[in-house]
Design a protein around this ligand. Structure first.
Ligand SMILES: C[S@@+](CC[C@H](N)C(=O)[O-])C[C@H]1O[C@@H](n2cnc3c(N)ncnc32)[C@H](O)[C@@H]1O
Length: 284
């Protein structure tokens, strides 16, 4: 979605940039190349390994190894303002490729799924300690799984579960495959969302990002989950209402999705939705 993101953010020379999910810095590098102002870039990632890479790659930028809600609160407290803010949500390919991080249901690994490896809550604790009812709730809510109760029951009776492949096999036995998508795809994603409080982070950060934007500043959000997209959509719509005190102007009436060629080279892009808006006025 690089081209589409640049099309929405429209970086200009000398502008400031806040990337709240900087990852491997793909988007960051393109924006910084256009602004030619790396010293005005703030790059956030809650994963310590990723933050280390960002620091090496962008020595002139400010790199914050924090979750974006804490980082955004800090930046607001410090009185910072930005011309562009980007949130490219979710986990990165680094997380899925490294079996030891426990994000992939196709490779044997520990039940971890923490983006911030210093965090206490892990997937293991959710899978092995949460009640059947709580497990079913996240599978239904975040995984949109109609047989959530059945999977939760299967998990509870198979405890202890220590390995990602073991968990994937239990899920497969409880919910047969429908279509091309492996049943573990959505349920692993549901556990990951819970481990990293992904929806809570987004919901609480959006109002702060609005405050962190300068007038005419642009905010772009790329989501990979329908609930994330709904949160972004509602926030944008609420602040862009056609009344005298609207604070945002929508730059995307409908979400922008990835082009076919991108989906072929990166299947994860299949569910990506990009929404963007520009700040038109600061509320008192
Ligand atoms: C999809 S990747 C971003 C890729 C990046 N845009 C690029 O071009 O390389 C998401 C990154 O955001 C980080 N992340 C996800 N949620 C976060 C949060 N709440 N706070 C801080 N970092 C987060 C992840 O660790 C991951 O590295």
């Amino acid at each position: 979605m690089l081209k589409q993101v640049i099309g929405c953010l429209k970086p200009a020379r000398g502008e400031s940039y806040l990337d709240v999910t900087a990852g491997m810095g793909g988007h960051g590098a393109a924006v910084i190349a256009a602004t030619a102002a790396p010293q005005k870039a703030t790059l956030v990632d809650r994963d310590p390994q990723v933050a280390q890479v960002l620091g090496d790659k962008f020595p002139a930028a400010q790199v914050l190894n924090q979750d974006f809600l804490s980082a955004s609160r800090k930046l607001l407290n410090d009185g910072k303002k930005f011309d562009m803010i980007l949130a490219d949500l979710g986990a990165s390919s680094l997380h899925f490729e490294d079996a030891d991080r426990g994000f992939s249901f196709r490779k044997s690994g520990p039940l971890d799924m923490r983006m911030d490896t210093h965090q206490e809550l892990t997937a293991w604790q959710i899978v092995n300690n949460w009640s059947q009812k709580d497990l079913a709730t996240i599978f239904r809510k975040y995984g949109e799984e109609p047989r959530a109760d059945l999977v939760a029951k299967a998990i509870v009776s198979a405890r202890p579960i220590n390995d990602t492949l073991q968990l994937a096999a239990i899920i497969s036995r409880a919910v047969p495959k429908r279509g091309k998508i492996h049943p573990a795809t959505k349920l692993f994603q549901a556990i990951r969302i819970a481990v990293n409080d992904e929806l809570g982070q987004l919901e609480q950060s959006l109002p702060i990002w609005l405050k962190l934007l300068k007038n005419n500043g642009r905010l772009a959000v790329i989501s990979f989950h329908s609930l994330e997209d709904r949160i972004a959509k509602q926030f944008f719509a609420e602040h862009a209402k056609s009344s005298f005190d609207a604070e945002l102007k929508l730059l995307t009436k409908k979400p922008i999705t990835a082009r076919h060629e991108e989906i072929v080279s990166n299947p994860r892009a299949r569910s990506a939705k990009l929404r963007a808006a520009a700040k038109i006025k600061t509320k008192k």
